[in-house]
Design a protein around this ligand. Structure first.
Ligand code: ATP
Length: 355
């Protein structure tokens, strides 16, 4: 029997609501597995924690998280809780940097034709992964000290050879397991840092002769994602570009409530829905928990044992079968289920699965 230790960080806003459903789903999966259990421990991180103790990500909590095999996170930050300089607290971004989680894995999949604003796409026909660099890029300057000159500010877009090589290798490995195409998204025609990024991409691509490549500029990527999303398999890009394009991509398959993510490093990994704390719907019990439940799927895949892979397949199958029926939707997708009811249906579907 393998025990997987999972740190659970519900966070702020809708974070605790969706995490409750993720945990319920994980427990349902556990009851179907013969040789795996999950030991869950919850920690307080986020804007509410800052209001209590003055630090949104206490060092002691970070140290405890590192003792776990994986971290499951809800969402963090609240618009009215800010640092003295006016910036929002983003402990989820601090975690990526502190744990060196360079590979932001964001799978996008359409579960039903009714959930996309695009015409003519059936379930499964939009199915790609965005890999977002998550430790450098344009986010790297976010903690820079204010300059003496108060008339201007500059943000630095940082690209390192080491950071890019490991990112591209992760993208090529992902494509090898999928349909074998990696699309580099950059702005190499304008920014020297992006020309460097592209040069490194070309060098790494030679290590993977069986994977096809294409290179497009980020503005064209926004257009093609809307015009022909079915042509993409794995897109790999810089931190800020990935931040923006992954919201666009979520919009193609029903919105933020349908977009899971994994932030993966060499030693640690954090799994969380791509959405934020959604203050506009927090506390109303109507958040869509599917992005979190699909993040549990990514976590089970990443734990990479035959039993956890079986668990991932169980959840994926349950989501696919439930989404075939239009009644199984939360309000963001035009339905009327509450967060808890959606989670309950997933759990029931898992429990009645005969393998
Ligand atoms: P961040 O900057 O942290 O990404 P944000 O406030 O810009 O956060 P989100 O919190 O992701 O953005 O919310 C964007 C929109 O999507 C909001 O209108 C919100 O209500 C909606 N939304 C986000 N997550 C969900 C969800 N799980 N279910 C339903 N609607 C959601």
């Amino acid at each position: 029997m393998i025990t997987h230790k999972i740190a659970v960080l519900p966070g702020d806003g809708i974070g605790p609501d969706v995490i409750a459903e993720g945990v319920k789903t994980l427990r349902a999966v556990e009851s179907k597995l013969r040789d795996a259990t999950f030991e869950l421990r919850e920690f307080s991180v986020g804007a509410e924690e800052y209001l209590r103790n003055g630090d949104p990500l206490p060092a002691e909590t970070l140290a405890r998280c590192k003792e776990h095999h994986a971290i499951l996170l809800g969402a963090m930050g609240l618009p009215n809780v800010r640092w003295p300089d006016g910036l929002e607290m983003t402990p989820q971004i601090d975690l990526r940097e502190k744990l060196d989680l360079y590979c932001g894995l964001r799978p996008i999949r359409l579960y039903h034709a009714a959930d996309t604003p695009l015409k003519r796409y059936e379930a499964g026909q939009i199915d790609f992964v965005i890999i977002r660099e998550s430790t450098e890029g344009l986010f790297s300057g976010r903690l820079a000290k204010p300059p003496a000159n108060r008339e201007e500010r500059t943000d630095t877009l940082r690209v390192t050879r080491r950071g890019s090589e490991r990112l591209f290798r992760a993208a090529f490995r992902e494509a090898s397991r999928r349909r074998g195409l990696v699309t580099l998204v950059d702005k190499a025609n304008v920014l020297p840092s992006m020309a460097f990024f592209r040069e490194i991409f070309d060098a790494i691509s030679r290590e993977f002769p069986n994977v096809r490549t294409e290179k497009i500029y980020v503005d064209a990527a926004a257009l093609y994602l809307v015009k022909r999303p079915e042509t993409f398999d794995v897109l790999v890009t810089e931190n800020m570009f990935g931040d923006i394009l992954s919201d666009l991509a979520a919009g193609l398959v029903g919105g933020m409530g349908m977009a899971p993510s994994g932030d993966i490093g060499e030693q640690y990994a954090v799994f969380q829905p791509s959405h934020g704390t959604a203050p506009d719907i927090a506390g109303r019990g109507i958040a869509n928990p599917i992005a979190t439940i699909l993040s549990v799927v990514l976590m089970l895949d990443w734990l990479n044992t035959p039993e956890t892979s079986r668990g991932a397949t169980l959840i994926r199958g349950a989501v696919e079968r439930l989404f075939a029926h239009p009644g199984n939707r939360t309000p963001d997708l035009g339905g009327s289920l509450t967060t808890g009811q959606m989670g309950d249906r997933i759990v029931d579907e898992i429990l009645k699965t005969n393998e």
